[in-house]
Design a protein around this ligand. Structure first.
Ligand SMILES: Cc1cc2nc3c(=O)[nH]c(=O)nc-3n(C[C@H](O)[C@H](O)[C@H](O)COP(=O)(O)OP(=O)(O)OC[C@H]3O[C@@H](n4cnc5c(N)ncnc54)[C@H](O)[C@@H]3O)c2cc1C
Length: 500
């Protein structure tokens, strides 16, 4: 008996909704099960990066996401306890390597609403809200999900060939997979205080401010519209219950805002964790998003990592479910993603150590370093994937490929769609024999050559004649001559050859 669905996704936060959109675009049958009947209404993530905007663009949602977000044109200031600005990380709304601004600010419930509405495009994606998955039992060819409809108490059972646990930090699927956790050491409670301004407050800057005050580190952020956030570190001796009382809350931010200026949207204490599941797959079960990893928010990367998970896993599930790749391709999901997300979390932990300094002497030393300029640590990481469906760590393989604008004004990804792309100089393509050219053209890979000047520039900058780009826009391999180009086939056939 064939299972009811190709893929069941447990949890419809940003990771689950994004994965459902991607699988929906591939035409797969998908069931999304979500315990809550409404989108989690309170603000959480406020920042995503250019690579994530590119994923939304691939899903046909860039315009909608741009309408509810703003590019991070104004940057971040690091101030000392006296309010002196020590360091400025400039922002910019100009297009970066991904064909959009490098940083974007948003209100998470609005973004989730866009992702959910977009699922209406796919009748083969079914959404069951108000249903809780209570157990998942893996079998030989599929997994069985045991669901409870919360309003009626009705129990249901359904089968899916693969199950992805996008079920958040307290993931049931992670427990079932029985994954050990790597603990990267940071577990710090912070008070998150979100307000909506009643009118513009001239004293509040447009840019983000890290208040590096050893007596009480804080972050201020202009989110979007009239939304503003303060993240306030809990200090030894703080009573968490007393801290969230309105009087104490407002006194913490009284330097900048008072109750008559703004409406309190939420004040809650979160403990920021830094952990990564060590097993992302067991049998037909996978983890993605916060279920697989949690990071302190100092780089604004928790949700971003979940969106990258979805992009990495979606095309592999599609290739396997369509019989173009063997099930082994799916093992590369965890091996590729784990070291990548670890690089981000390690950096966030290091940043946290700097921002959270409470020792006055250490804070003075940090401030002196800040005054001297931009420390290396603030460079946005571009880690390579871990071992998987790409080869040769000597070049750009395993790294995300930029998105140039094509000669006709389109962005490169719109020409590549949801498939692989071969980006090649004409001088190399002219050396490829007719049979090989035909094979490339018939493989379903979109071939773009360097008559697009911006693409030619990227190939030149990377010092290569050809790049094979995967559907998630990571480089599978590069070539500089016809033999090396031929050598890319084994990589491609891992993902695109019919399996019998
Ligand atoms: C204060 C704060 C600031 C942050 N700032 C940023 C930022 O600036 N940038 C950034 O990228 N990230 C940020 N994050 C992190 C970001 O919010 C999370 O990483 C993101 O929401 C995780 O998405 P997810 O889809 O993996 O999980 P979630 O959003 O947690 O969604 C999981 C879903 O699964 C459902 N579920 C769970 N179990 C079951 C079950 N058994 N059956 C059915 N449904 C189930 C839940 O109801 C939930 O809807 C921040 C987080 C916080 C708290």
């Amino acid at each position: 008996m064939s299972p009811d669905f190709d893929v069941a996704i447990i949890g419809m936060g940003p990771a689950g909704a994004c994965l459902a959109n991607w699988l929906g675009a591939y035409g797969l049958s998908v069931l999304v099960i979500e315990r809550d009947t409404e989108i989690y209404p309170l603000p959480r993530a406020v920042h995503f990066d250019g690579e994530v905007m590119r994923v939304f663009e691939t899903l046909g949602l860039r315009e909608q996401i741009e309408a509810i977000s703003r590019p991070g044109q104004v940057g971040m200031h690091f101030n000392n306890a006296d309010g002196e600005t020590l360091l400025i990380r400039a922002g910019s709304s100009a297009n970066g390597p991904h064909g959009c601004a490098n940083n974007h600010y948003f209100h998470q419930p609005e973004l989730e609403a866009v992702l959910r509405d977009a699922l209406r495009r796919y009748p083969h994606v079914q959404v069951r809200l108000g249903h809780e998955v209570q157990d998942v039992v893996d079998g030989a060819n599929s997994a069985t999900l045991h669901l409870l409809e919360l309003a009626s108490g009705r129990r249901l059972e359904t089968q899916a060939r693969y199950v992805v646990g996008c079920d958040g930090a307290r993931s049931l699927v992670r427990k079932i997979i029985d994954s050990p956790m790597l603990d990267l050491g940071l577990h710090q409670p912070w008070l998150v205080f979100d307000v909506r301004l009643k009118a513009p407050l001239p004293g509040l800057p447009e840019y983000t401010v890290q208040h590096c005050d050893p007596a009480r580190p804080m972050t201020y952020c202009n989110v979007t519209g009239n939304r503003r956030r303060w993240e306030i570190m809990l200090m030894p001796g703080d009573d968490p219950e007393a801290l969230v009382q309105p009087k104490t809350l407002w006194s913490l931010v009284s330097r900048w805002v008072h109750p008559e200026d703004a409406e309190l949207e939420r004040a809650a204490i979160y403990t920021f964790h830094s952990v990564i599941a060590q097993t992302w797959r067991r049998g037909h079960l996978f983890l993605a998003g916060d279920a697989a990893h949690q990071t302190p928010p100092f780089l604004g990367q928790g949700m971003c990592a979940g969106i990258r998970d979805a992009a990495n896993l979606a095309w592999k599930l599609h290739a396997v479910l369509r019989g173009q790749a063997s099930d082994a391709l799916l093992d590369s999901y965890g091996t590729e993603r784990l070291p990548h997300v670890q690089a981000f979390i390690e950096l966030a932990v290091k940043l946290g150590d700097i921002i959270q300094t409470t020792d006055p002497q250490a804070a003075q030393e940090r401030d002196a370093r800040f005054r001297c300029g931009q420390p290396e640590i603030f460079h946005f990481p571009t880690p390579r994937l871990g071992p998987g469906c790409w080869h040769n760590p000597e070049n750009s393989s395993g790294q995300v490929f930029p998105q140039p604008v094509l000669a006709d004004g389109r962005l490169m990804d719109s020409a590549l769609g949801l498939g692989f792309g071969l980006l090649v100089t004409r001088s190399l393509w002219d050396q490829v024999d007719e049979a090989a050219c035909r094979a490339w053209n018939q493989s379903g890979v979109t071939v773009l050559d360097d008559r697009h000047p911006a693409l030619a520039d990227v190939l030149r900058a990377q010092g290569v004649q050809a790049v094979l780009v995967r559907p998630d826009r990571y480089v599978a391999g590069v070539a500089n001559d016809p033999a090396q180009l031929q050598g890319l086939w084994p990589l491609l056939s891992q993902a695109l050859s019919p399996v019998h």
